[in-house]
Design a protein around this ligand. Structure first.
Ligand SMILES: N[C@H](CCC[C@H](N)C(=O)O)C(=O)O
Length: 329
C-alpha cells in the first residue's frame, strides 16, 4: 500500500499527518496503532513522536485522531492540532475551523506569525478538569492542587488535571530541571502502578520573568519530547492558579523545541486555554508499506520544505538564547 505522509511539527514536537479524508486507505484502529509504532521508530528512515490521522467528520470540518509512538491513542494533542489546523484550513481554503477530537470539537484559527514567516495557528485546549477520576489518578481525594504524592516525591508539590488528556504538573527550581528526578517519576507513573492506571504526561515547570515560563515534559506513550502542547497549556493554567501569571494575558512558554504562547481563560468557573504557535512542515513523502507487516516500508519522493526549516531554526535560536539568559540570570 502507498501512503502519502506530511512530516510536520509544533514547537519541535513532530508528527506524520496521514490524510484519510482525501484518501481511501481503509485503515483499522489496529493498523493505525501498528503504523504509529513502525513509522515513529527513530531508528528507521522516518521517526516521529506520533501520527495524526485526519478523517472526515459528520459534525464539523474534520476529525483528528492521535496515536503516540507506542501505538496508544491519546484524546488530544495540542502541538499536533495546530498542524492539523493548518492542513485542514489550507485544504478547505478557510482561515478558521472546528476539529472533532475524541472528547471535544475544538476551535482552531490561523493567526499572525508568532515569528517572521512562520505559519501560526491558535487551537482551543479544553475541556479542563481537576477531578482525579478524569485522569484517572487513584488517590483518596477528589482533586490534587499543589499537593504531595509521597510515593513519587517527598518534596515536590503536584497539580493533576486533564485537558482532556491527563497531566501531572510540578513547579520546580532550576536545579530540578534536567535532573533524573523527572525521568524516574515519569517512568514509574507510566509503568504498572497503583496511581495512574492509564499513565500520565509529567511536566516540570520553571517560572522565568512574569509572563514567561519554561516547561519540560515526559510524554505518556513517547518519553521526553521537545515540547508537549497540552502540557504547556496545563502548566500555564497551573502558574495562574499559583498567582505566578495572570489569566486573559499571554504567557510565553519556552521549551526545548522553541516557544509557544498560551492564554488562560475562565468563564463561569470553567477554564480553557488558547495555545498559539507554529505549525511547520518538514517534508512530504510517499511510503510503500506492507500493511500486513508495517515495519517493512520504503520511503519514496521525499521533498523538504527548506524555507520553513530554515525559518523555524531562527525562531528556535532566538528562543534558546532567551531561555539560556533567563536560566542563568
Ligand atoms: N502523549 C500525549 C498525547 C500527545 C500530546 C502532546 N504531543 C501534545 O502536544 O499535547 C498523551 O498521551 O496524552
Amino acid at each position: 500500500m502507498k501512503l502519502e505522509l506530511v512530516k510536520c511539527h509544533g514547537s519541535g514536537n513532530d508528527f506524520f499527518i496521514i490524510d484519510e479524508m482525501s484518501n481511501q486507505y481503509e485503515l483499522t484502529d489496529e493498523k493505525r496503532a501498528e503504523l504509529a509504532r513502525a513509522f515513529c521508530d527513530r531508528s528507521t528512515d522516518l521517526g516521529a513522536d506520533g501520527i495524526l490521522y485526519v478523517l472526515h467528520s459528520d459534525q464539523v470540518d474534520a476529525r483528528m485522531r492521535v496515536f503516540n509512538a507506542d501505538g496508544s491513542e491519546a484524546s488530544m494533542c495540542g502541538n499536533g492540532l495546530r498542524c492539523v489546523a493548518r492542513y485542514v484550513c489550507e485544504k478547505l481554503s478557510i482561515e478558521e475551523a472546528t476539529i472533532e477530537t475524541m472528547k471535544a470539537n475544538l476551535h482552531v484559527q490561523n493567526q499572525p506569525d508568532i515569528f517572521e514567516d512562520i505559519p501560526t495557528y491558535l487551537v482551543e485546549i479544553s475541556p479542563v478538569s481537576f477531578e482525579l477520576t478524569d485522569l484517572p489518578l487513584h488517590l483518596e481525594q477528589e482533586s490534587l492542587v499543589n499537593g504531595k504524592i509521597p510515593t513519587l516525591s517527598e518534596e515536590l508539590e503536584f497539580t493533576a488535571l486533564s485537558v482532556p488528556n491527563p497531566h501531572l504538573v510540578a513547579i520546580v527550581e532550576k536545579e530540578q530541571i534536567g535532573s533524573n528526578l523527572q525521568k524516574e517519576i515519569s517512568e514509574y507513573v507510566n509503568g504498572t502502578n497503583e496511581l495512574f492506571p492509564d499513565g500520565v504526561n509529567v511536566s516540570f515547570v520553571k517560572p522565568l520573568k512574569k509572563g514567561h515560563i519554561y516547561v519540560r515534559t515526559f510524554e505518556r506513550g513517547v518519553g521526553f519530547t521537545n515540547a508537549c502542547g497540552t502540557a504547556m497549556s496545563a502548566s500555564s493554567l497551573v502558574t495562574c492558579l499559583n498567582g505566578i501569571n495572570d489569566k486573559e494575558t499571554p504567557i510565553e512558554v519556552y521549551n526545548n523545541g522553541g516557544k509557544v504562547r498560551c492564554v488562560v481563560h475562565e468563564q463561569e468557573g470553567k477554564q480553557s486555554i488558547d495555545l498559539i504557535g507554529n505549525a511547520s512542515y518538514l517534508y512530504s513523502c510517499t511510503v510503500d508499506v506492507d500493511v500486513e507487516n508495517p515495519h517493512t516500508f520504503t520511503v519514496q519522493d521525499s521533498n523538504e520544505f527548506v524555507d520553513e526549516i530554515m525559518q523555524y531554526a531562527k525562531l528556535q535560536k532566538h528562543a534558546s538564547e532567551f531561555l539560556n539568559e533567563s536560566m542563568n540570570a
